[in-house]
Ligand binder design. Structure first.
Ligand SMILES: Cc1ncc(C[n+]2csc(CCOP(=O)(O)OP(=O)(O)O)c2C)c(N)n1
Length: 343
């Protein structure tokens, strides 16, 4: 199976790009915004202003390119890695900050944003995404669901159950595997014999494509095709984005303990943000002045969101046991009383 790409490793277009100039610029702005936030997030975490945070640096094109293909009223069912996908699909930055600060005000996403909360248990989001997609079909809504999983997550039983169910019911869902080569410290070579995860789609009689996950144009065009097929009743698609996590697994991880400098630096040479910027330069759409202005705007946006999050009153300790079940269990009730009474 060919790995679809539109940009060279340096970023020069290898063929005509199937998007208008306005769309390419819109795509780049989202991509740059995703990078800007991720870099700031790591700093905020080190300052004690975020809890543990899973960075996605290197995987922006896979996430942003996928979500650019969806409409606002479509749904996103993300795992913990997908902060960039969530931002692209409209999650307010302030809510994202509060979420990763473990503040209850970030636990519930706004009602007009069609994103389920980040799933932490690996691959559990997949069957739920399929159920949601099937429900949308039953409602006759013509809406599509985006969901993501890592290469490691494809070894879970939930992956099989979700793809099988989606295939049998022709559910309107697009599965994006971000194959970043590592499940924390376990390389894909120790996890599977499959050379391309996209080839597994054949087992479910669904289309499967492998794309250069650091090429925004390749991801976006593959996702656009998959979404159009789903919306027209053609069922699910599996997209595998070949990418690399340039950052640690989380802010608690030290990747130098399991992977080599050479491997990491080879991927820095294929940085998805720089590649897209080079493509725009090449097309005469972007220059250093545009970049400086965009970065200034992003800085203001992020500063404002951080200030708004900082201004949110601290939660009460008892909120730890609220909102877990509709009615508290006896244990929670006891804990709640202790926290309430300070006993
Ligand atoms: C069911 C379950 N088992 C184990 C874990 C611990 N865990 C957290 S991340 C991770 C690796 C996931 O790797 P991958 O699916 O490739 O995604 P990536 O983190 O690379 O985005 C594991 C095993 C978990 N969160 N859930």
């Amino acid at each position: 199976m060919n790995v679809i790409r539109y940009l060279s490793d340096e970023g020069t277009p290898l063929q005509a790009l199937p998007f208008s100039h306005d769309d390419l610029l819109r795509g780049y702005r989202e991509l740059r915004r995703a990078r800007f936030w991720d870099e700031r997030a790591e700093v905020l975490q080190r300052q004690g202003k975020l809890s543990v945070y899973p960075p996605y640096r290197g995987q922006e094109a896979a996430q942003v390119g996928m979500m650019l293909a969806f409409n606002e009223d479509d749904w996103l069912v993300p795992s913990y890695r997908e902060s960039a996908a969530a931002l692209t699909h409209g999650l307010p930055l302030e809510t994202l900050i509060l979420y990763w600060r473990a503040h209850p005000a970030g636990w519930r996403f706004p009602d007009d944003v069609n994103i389920l909360p980040f799933y932490i248990p690996i691959a559990t989001q997949l069957p739920q995404a399929v159920g949601l997609a099937h429900g949308l079909t039953l409602q006759g809504e013509g809406r599509v669901v985006a969901t993501f999983v890592g290469d490691g997550g494809t070894s879970e039983g939930d992956f099989h159950e979700a793809l099988n169910f989606a295939s049998v019911y022709s559910a309107p869902v697009v599965f994006m595997v971000q194959n970043n080569g590592w499940a924390i410290s376990v390389p894909t070579t120790k996890q599977m014999k499959t050379k391309q995860i996209a080839s597994r789609a054949a087992g479910y009689e669904m289309p499967g494509v492998s794309v250069d996950g650091n090429d925004l144009v390749a991801v976006w065009s593959a996702a656009r095709e998959a979404v159009a097929r789903s919306r027209a009743g053609g069922g699910p698609t599996l997209i595998e984005a070949m990418t690399y996590r340039m950052a640690p697994h989380t802010t608690s991880d030290d990747p130098s303990r399991y992977r080599t400098e050479d491997e990491a630096s080879a991927w820095i040479g294929r940085d998805p943000v720089r590649r897209m910027q080079t493509a725009l330069n090449h097309l005469g759409l972007w220059d250093e002045g545009d970049e400086a202005r965009l970065v200034e705007t992003l800085k203001c946006e992020v500063d404002e969101a951080v200030q708004a999050a900082d201004a949110t009153p601290d939660p009460e300790p008892r909120e730890i046991v609220e909102h877990v079940f509709e009615t508290m269990t006896p244990d929670q009730q006891r804990a709640w009383e202790v926290l309430r009474d300070g006993a």
